[in-house]
Design a protein around this ligand. Structure first.
Ligand code: ZN
Length: 56
């Protein structure tokens, strides 16, 4: 059961996201990640996940 409150998620994950392609950590807003406005500074991909999300 995941709560979908952006502000709460931002606090939980501290606004740090990990690039799915190269593992680069990026500090940004979850809103910007969802809106695909964040580009990885290493590989320029736009696929990020929250740092503590363990879905697999
Ligand atoms: Zn990357």
């Amino acid at each position: 059961m995941a709560t979908k409150i952006p502000a709460a998620q931002a606090r939980l994950f501290k606004n740090v996201f990990v690039c799915k392609s190269c593992g680069q950590k990026m500090k940004t807003d979850s809103i910007r990640v969802i809106a695909k406005k964040v580009k990885c500074r290493k590989c320029s991909k736009k696929n990020f996940r929250a740092i503590k999300a363990k879905k697999k």
